[in-house]
Write a protein that binds this ligand. Sequence first.
Ligand code: NAD
Length: 433
Amino acid sequence: MNISVIGTGYVGLVSGVCYSELGNNVSCVDKDPFKIEILRNGRVPIYEPGLQPLLNSNAAQGRLKFTIDTVEAVAEADLIIIAVGTPPLPNGEADMQYIEAAAKEIAQAMNGYKVVCVKSTVPVGTNERVRAIIATHYSGQFDVASLPEFLREGTAVKDTLHPDRIVIGAESERAAQLLKELHIPFTNEIVVTDIRSAEMIKYASNAFLATKISFINEIANICEKVGADVIEVAKGMGLDRRIGASFLRAGIGYGGSCFPKDTKALIQIAGNVEYDFKLLKAVVEVNRHQRFGVLDKLFQALDNVYGKTIGIWGLSFKPETDDVREAPALEIIDRLIELGAKVKVYDPKGMESFRRMYDHPSITWCEAAMDVAQGSEALCLLTEWSEFVTADLAQVEAALARPVLIDGRNVFSLDQIRNTGLAYYPVGRPVFH
Ligand code: NAD
């Protein structure tokens, strides 16, 4: 199949590379010439495990190319996949300007029957809008289809090659058939439905996962007050197959480019049809507060943070990615600086992207995890990168000016802490002095 993917970000690039891995000819288009130049030179502009070798081998076999020329890429393709960003507007709604611009560019390049599908996360009705935009410029036959994406950054290649399911929203048998053919090598679990339901499946899935996270975080907050241990509670709950163990890890809340934006967008989508999505509003509210638990624990341990040096382990919103969009670290560090603290930070992959988004003279950018601990009056683990999880706690204790460890992701066991002189503040578990 000849495929053109419009938008070469986390989703478009991984999808494009994985479709080429199946033997398809793929053109990845991006309007950012700098990104395309990096890709043409055989380098991956983001950090995503496993992507680099797949990109290089498929490019070498001539199945994968990168271009800024939408017209040429679309003209050559049977299938066009829109994977541009849908960032949040100030009111929480998804910004449709990139989708609409991409649809217009595609329309101008149409030269025969093609299927145009939207992989970006978009409000219900967007595919119809895409169809209308293309139809104003092109009078020939074409189909639109919804193809929501469920990959997770950090495991995006594995998630794409081995998805739990593929959802196809199509209103023509021809489009559904083409998309089924493309995805059957990945999985047999293919849900074919109408376009509006497919668009909704994506938001409903993310909203449900976000709800699970905020739910366990609320339980954790109660555990702290009643002296229970949320890890034990989650284990006991998760063994019930109706509940399931995943997404029951208490911590400092979700971040990233999807959950925060998609939950707010769904609240807006509901609001636009006069439905007050009370449950999801509470999920968002709980998540916003959860990150500040780190500050409460710092006050508990140090009384105040003014003039003190606080170490931060982890900037990215989760491990194995350099993505810092909506990472809890952004607000935590901002608040610490506002309160007069000095901050030392380190992240294995997210330093550059964080610094582009947030910089301040009170931040010291360290080159290694132990440099952060050195001389800090407390150490806060915000992202569970394996190099933090496996750190030598005796060394950490020796490096710190005061032996205070705030574990925002509950990665250490009490047995590990017991062997040290660290004052340990996890989430939803007893504090250990
Ligand atoms: P991204 O910001 O990393 O990438 C978007 C890319 O599109 C950018 O490189 C941008 O330059 C390019 N672009 C914008 N307009 C263009 C145009 N007209 N022509 C060509 N290129 C254009 O975004 P992302 O994280 O890949 O997300 C894309 C979509 O997928 C979003 O709707 C997101 O919600 C959804 N999604 C993301 C993830 C994730 O984990 N990142 C997972 C599932 C779904």
